[in-house]
Design a protein around this ligand. Structure first.
Ligand code: TYM
Length: 332
């Protein structure tokens, strides 16, 4: 049985990218492995949420995990800030992370561009905290989307450096995982790259939104001016919609529109309508369950409580061992 760790920042509602990049794998992995899935509320502080927004977002994301089928009896589903050992280990691991390598991380460079007025130290050391999330439970596998690949490489670097520094083999090397295949990158609706909350509401398909609005944004998704003849390559926007269709529709539906695209007879209106129908069919049952769990605060509380107990047991053991390795010895 392998150890599995993964986390999602509570920055709003979960979208298709979160589901296909991460949560879908959680569901398979919780059946056969020892899993720790958490809501990364400490990470989300880098964007300075108000206390009310932070709390509401954790509530939302917790309900969404349960609605999607994450089972608190089978895995540890917990809130990151409920596990203080993470913050302590973060302090220690920060001493072995170098400013140069942190400044070179892609996510830091992106943030410097996107939040110019809030380039805080937490953004710089974000990969250290993420490494700690993973190493504190000795994860072998980390189910994540493609955008987290570099963070996993940095995690291995920090683990190996710790081992080297203290002449130990204490931390093993965790690997990013996506069901045995390539890591997933779900594109957004506005042809700006991966589906992401930060690229705006029009870019994302979330699970907990009104059907009317959802259909509208799919019908407005970025494509191009239409086919100009047979055998034309797809524009980026059109390819993105085909990629999303591959995730939510039957293979025969995708094949039908592929042929029409190749023949130059595709009508984007029909294509988008089919995509909207299939997205709605996919998200509706989950949306209904989100509604149920958002109201059912006792189920949320119970899940978070069992989760923090399991996670604290595991994290405290690691912290104790790390303190010994580092040389913190008691004088009393
Ligand atoms: P976050 O909150 O941005 O995203 C959560 C998970 O969703 C995946 N994801 C995507 N996958 C495919 N296509 C997309 N468009 C897409 N958008 C998001 C992400 O890859 C991720 O798996 N730093 C992490 C949270 C974190 C974490 C950890 C993850 C903190 N500590 C430890 C794993 C292990 C983050 O910001 O993910």
């Amino acid at each position: 049985m392998a150890r599995v760790v993964s986390g999602i920042r509570p920055t709003g509602k979960l979208h298709l990218g979160n589901y296909f990049g991460a949560v879908k794998n959680f569901l398979n992995m919780q059946e056969e492995h020892e899993c720790f899935f958490f809501i990364a509320d400490i990470h989300s502080l880098t964007t300075h949420p108000t206390p009310a927004d932070l709390h509401n977002n954790v509530h939302q994301v917790l309900a969404e995990h349960l609605a999607m089928g994450v089972d608190p009896e089978k895995c540890a589903l917990f809130v990151q800030s409920d596990v203080p050992a993470i913050s302590e280990l973060y302090t220690y691991m920060n001493m072995n992370a170098y400013i140069g390598e942190l400044e070179r991380s892609t996510s830091f460079k992106d943030k410097i561009r996107s939040q110019k007025n809030n380039i805080n130290a937490g953004l710089l050391t974000y990969p250290v905290l993420m490494a700690v999330d993973i190493l504190v439970h000795h994860a072998d596998m980390v189910p994540v989307g493609k955008d987290q690949q570099q963070h996993l490489e940095m995690t291995r670097t920090f683990a190996n450096r710790f081992n080297h520094m203290y002449a130990t083999d204490y931390f093993a090397e965790p690997q990013a995982f996506s069901g045995g295949g390539d890591l997933v990158k779900v594109p957004g609706l506005t042809a700006q790259g991966k589906m992401s909350k930060s690229s705006g509401d029009a870019d994302t398909i979330t699970f907990d939104e009104e059907e009317k609005g959802l259909r509208k944004k799919i019908m407005r998704a970025v494509t191009d001016n239409g086919p100009t003849g047979p055998g034309q390559p797809k524009s980026e926007g059109l390819q993105n919609l085909f990629d999303i269709m591959t995730l939510v529709s039957d293979t025969s539906t995708v094949a039908h529109f592929e042929v029409e695209q190749q023949n130059g007879t595709i009508r984007y209106g029909d294509f988008k309508k089919q995509l909207a129908d299939d997205v709605v069919k996919f998200v509706s049952p989950i949306k209904e369950r989100i509604g149920y769990y958002k109201q059912n605060t006792s189920a949320l509380a119970k899940a978070a409580k069992i989760g923090q107990e399991k996670a604290n047991d595991s994290a405290q053991k690691t912290l104790k061992e790390v303190r010994e390795i580092i040389g913190f010895k008691k004088f009393y």
